[in-house]
Design a protein around this ligand. Structure first.
Ligand code: TRP
Length: 309
């Protein structure tokens, strides 16, 4: 962990991988973000799955038993909403949630097993980008789920590569159900990513608290602030920490220090918004054909069902 962080902080421009946002405290603050009225993402996708869940199941192309693999399952509260609407006679016979958080995986497995007692749940703790091949079984039909605009948290060429990898690791006839946050009024997006109560700010500053604790760093939180902006053409929200002064931070655990200049930015997250055409092109280029898509009543978010050609 420390090497990856020091590497990001020694580059120009500085960055910290967004996966470090989600320690215990960070996950708690993120949950608060998902409950903010202005953070429309969670509610929009929840509405889609609640409203169209049974239509999603019946739109699947399978005619024999299949497994559901979910990348970045998290606490699975949206997936549970979808599973609640699983038809009685379904070919789904196994659920494999994959997440880097072992804690989230366990809670999810217990909940699903309680809800659907006959369905085996086989959670896997791991990084789905590094081990994609091993995580997608090759001996049966697969529905791969990648919800929640997870894909939006990657850079442009990574996005292309991930969807390409999905296409390569799935077989002909396998399905992908994927969430995309849509381009919309930029003011709506700005409010989702920079709230007046400072919850998003504390979510980002928590990175520094975490490094102070886990890496024995000496960040002074009063010397950093949070800034984010949305660019309506690229569709990208970019979030940053801002160094408010010239300063040097010492990482005791590795006996190294990092200099920050006044007004220097540290990039923490990218949250990309898409339009339909862009999504369709990405999926087509990776060997998929879009079968169907469902959108919430505000037109903010979409879940797309695509099948490997
Ligand atoms: N990664 C999530 C998203 O893009 C969570 C998030 C919300 C976030 N607001 C943020 C991450 C601000 C970093 C900075 O929606």
């Amino acid at each position: 962990m420390v090497n990856e962080i020091l590497k990001g902080l020694s580059q120009q421009p500085k960055s910290i991988s967004s996966k470090f946002l989600y320690d215990e405290q960070g996950s708690r603050i993120f949950e608060k973000i998902t409950q903010m009225p202005s953070y429309y993402l969670y509610d929009s996708e929840y509405e889609i799955l609640k409203e169209y869940g049974s239509r999603i199941w019946s739109a699947l192309p399978f005619e024999s038993k299949f497994s559901l693999v979910e990348f970045g399952a998290g606490d699975g509260s949206k997936t549970i909403q979808l599973l609640k609407q699983l038809p009685h006679h379904t070919y789904l016979d196994e659920y494999i949630p994959v997440d880097i958080s072992e804690e989230a995986n366990k809670t999810l497995a217990v909940q699903v097993e309680k809800m659907i007692p006959h369905m085996p749940v086989e959670p896997i703790q791991g990084n789905y980008l590094e081990n994609m091949k091993q995580l997608i079984p090759q001996d049966r039909p697969i529905l791969l789920m990648y919800l929640g605009s997870n894909i939006g948290n990657f850079q442009k060429d990574q996005i292309r590569k991930i969807i390409m990898d999905f296409g390569q690791n799935l077989k002909k006839g396998d399905a992908l159900l994927m969430g995309f946050d849509l381009k919309k009024n930029p003011l709506t997006i700005r409010q989702a990513y920079d709230d007046p109560d400072g919850i998003t700010r504390s979510f980002n500053l928590n990175l520094l608290t975490r490094f102070n604790r886990e890496l024995e760093a000496d960040f002074d939180l009063d010397n950093f602030d949070f800034y984010s902006y949305y660019h309506p053409c690229s569709g990208e929200v970019r979030s940053y920490l801002v160094s408010l002064t010239d300063q040097e931070v010492f990482f005791k655990s590795s006996n190294q220090s990092v200099r920050f200049y006044k007004d220097e930015l540290v990039h923490t997250e990218i949250s990309k918004k898409f339009d339909f055409e862009e999504m369709e092109v990405l999926l087509n280029q990776s060997g998929f054909m879009v079968m169907d898509k469902w959108t919430d009543s505000n037109g903010y978010f979409t879940d797309v069902l695509a099948v490997v050609k």
